[in-house]
Design a binder for this molecule. Structure first.
Ligand code: ATP
Ligand code: MG
Length: 206
């Protein structure tokens, strides 16, 4: 029997279109508060929930995520979803991670903002997802922990670890709007991400 304590691994899933300091702070807060040994950023391939706008190419979102996390020793980026064909479902990703030898003794913590956790019921195989990982719901502007607790069933609410973090009212939607309107995104995203967006002329078209 393996008596080693399980390694706690954070998963930060997102479209990251583009990645910003809200994502990075959320991951860093969860890392410190829960004693995670690492946080894996997993950009979605084809996001089933984001049909309302044209999503940037998976490669550009992956590269921006890499640029944003590269100087943090406990952050990494996985291509697991962008290399898989078809829609990205959390349960498939979790099953793929569990099957990896390096994670045989791992316990997974899926980090989400309070807005994303509200959609939990629309995800594929919610019951299986809850058996496979714990959810960490971090503060997000416009949402309260109480409202999430009230709106979810007891079974779901009990599976969520609530983590209060300093609110950064940044969203990728607002960043895309700013770029379209020729407004600066400096100090809202890491400088390398800002440069990458400018160099590749991203988010300028409607
Ligand atoms: P969009 O506006 O396109 O939906 P977004 O800023 O919400 O983009 P996503 O890629 O949708 O970013 O989010 C990935 C995860 O990060 C989600 O769980 C989301 O709740 C969380 N998140 C995003 N922005 C913040 C923020 N400012 N503070 C805390 N969590 C955040
Ligand atoms: Mg979002």
């Amino acid at each position: 029997m393996n008596n080693c304590p399980k390694r706690k691994i954070g998963i930060m899933g997102g479209t990251f279109d583009p990645i910003h300091y809200g994502h990075l702070r959320a991951a860093d807060e969860a890392h410190a508060a829960l004693g995670l040994s690492e946080v894996i950023f997993i950009p979605t391939g084809f996001p089933p929930h984001k049909k309302e706008h044209k999503v940037s190419s998976a490669e550009n979102r992956y590269l921006m995520t890499l640029l944003a996390t590269t100087d943090c020793p406990y952050f990494s980026v996985s291509r697991i979803e962008i290399d898989r064909n078809g829609a990205s479902y959390t349960i498939d990703t979790l099953n793929d991670l569990i099957a990896m030898p390096k994670y045989t003794n791992a316990e997974f913590y899926f980090i989400t903002g309070l807005d994303a956790v509200m959609n939990i019921l629309t995800w594929k195989n919610t019951g299986d997802v809850l058996k496979t990982c714990k959810f960490v719901a971090v503060s997000r502007f416009g949402y309260t922990h109480e409202r999430v607790e009230e709106e979810l069933s007891k079974r779901l609410a009990d599976a969520i670890i609530h983590l209060e973090i300093p609110l950064l009212a940044i969203s990728s939607t607002e960043l895309r709007d700013r770029i379209k309107n020729n407004r600066s995104i400096r100090f809202l995203v890491p400088p390398l991400v800002d440069n990458f967006i400018t160099k590749n002329n991203l988010y300028k078209e409607t």
